[in-house]
Design a protein around this ligand. Structure first.
Ligand SMILES: NC(=O)c1ccc[n+]([C@@H]2O[C@H](COP(=O)([O-])OP(=O)(O)OC[C@H]3O[C@@H](n4cnc5c(N)ncnc54)[C@H](O)[C@@H]3O)[C@@H](O)[C@H]2O)c1
Length: 333
């Protein structure tokens, strides 16, 4: 399915008309409180990653059934990545798949999760273990939602934004040029980077919708990032772990990363997060469970220079040594 993607500074009227065509709107408790103009009669789920699970999913499916949704009805997600991932998965399951509209309200969801049709819940302590590819029919990205974000959710979005900017030379140059401005939350700089990230993500997922090849580059920082996130009990935001993942994976494989690029990317990550502290014993098992792996090697998507992402497979014993020395080096630096 091709997604109709609309983005801009203030698309409130487009959102209202899109929502009026949906049989059900789903949001979370925070978005419901902040944006009552869009959430009248909405089904409200509890906020946060800890609720991206089978309990919330089945409660949502039961509500869709209770409201009598039919196969040709549409459902809308209005919220961050948690609401989008969950509603997308419910839409893929209900009556074997109904159409859905995604209206992202966090920076992370605008630059990343709302584009590309990946939907999921966490299960058995593993992130996104149960999911489906089910692209939204329409995505409306309106930057006005950013005005109510908490600082930690800005930081979370910056994580995925910085990751995406590593994928092309042009976006990397734009990131470096605007780094100080985004630290200061300068809106023009943020909007320019959002638009660059949307274009990159859209191009990548159109070329490889089911992650058979090229799309794997979007997993930069995510092998170690996801493992750190679970090992740490999801204490910080997803985007912060992505940045910790990028700095750790680049340091683990420093021997093949361009030196100037390495120094720059470590200092970019350190503007936003501190190096990870989790022990290799708490990280390796989780990294081994990563969906990108095959055989008993651990796969990382490694940026070796701006716009140059290498698929690297690390043997388990090598992972232990490299992780341990990376953590020591990052702590020292
Ligand atoms: N499907 C994908 O391709 C993909 C890609 C990246 C991340 N993800 C997933 O996205 C999730 C993270 O998304 P997220 O960071 O948006 O988290 P989130 O949905 O939990 O939102 C973060 C917090 O911000 C609040 N919020 C939402 N919009 C707001 C607004 N406009 N103003 C103030 N507060 C607002 C939420 O209530 C929540 O408390 C993770 O579960 C991750 O796995 C999915």
């Amino acid at each position: 399915m091709t997604t109709n993607l609309l983005y801009g500074k203030d698309l409130r009227s487009d959102i209202k008309s899109a929502l009026s065509l949906c049989a059900m709107v789903v949001t979370d408790e925070n978005v419901a409180r902040l944006y009552p103009e869009f959430t009248k009669n909405a089904y409200v789920i509890p906020a946060g990653e800890k609720n991206k699970n089978e309990v919330t999913l089945f409660a949502l499916l039961a509500e869709m059934d209770k409201r009598g949704l039919k196969r040709d009805d549409k459902i809308a997600a209005l919220g961050g990545g948690v609401v989008g991932d969950m509603v997308g998965l419910a839409a893929s399951l209900y009556m074997r798949g109904i159409a859905w509209v995604n209206i992202p309200t966090t920076l992370l969801a605008m630059v990343d999760s709302s584009i590309g049709g990946k939907t999921a819940i966490d299960f058995d302590g593993i992130k996104n273990l149960i999911g489906a590819f089910h692209a939204a029919e329409r995505v409306i990205i309106s930057y006005h939602f950013l005005e109510t974000l908490y600082e930690e959710d800005w930081l979370c979005g910056y994580g995925e934004m910085i990751k995406t900017c590593l994928l092309t030379e042009k976006s990397y140059a734009l990131l470096i040029e605007n780094l100080e401005s985004i630290v200061e939350y300068d809106r023009d700089a943020v909007y320019a980077l959002i638009e660059e990230c949307i274009k990159i993500k859209q191009a990548v997922v159109c070329a490889d919708p089911k992650e058979k090849g090229l799309r794997k580059i979007l997993n930069v920082g995510h092998t170690v990032g996801h493992a750190l996130e679970a090992a740490d009990g999801y204490k910080s935001t997803h985007g912060e772990y992505v940045l910790k993942g990028i700095m750790t994976e680049c340091t683990m494989c420093k021997d093949i990363v361009d030196e100037e690029f390495y120094n720059q990317i470590i200092s970019v990550c350190k503007r936003f997060v501190t190096p990870p502290r989790s022990s290799v014993s708490s990280v390796k098992g989780r990294a081994l469970h990563d969906k990108k792996n095959y055989g008993d090697m651990i796969t990382v998507m490694l940026p070796i220079a701006a716009g140059n992402i290498l698929h690297v497979r690390i043997a388990q014993h090598d992972f232990t040594e490299r992780y341990d020395s990376a953590i020591k080096e990052l702590k020292k630096a």
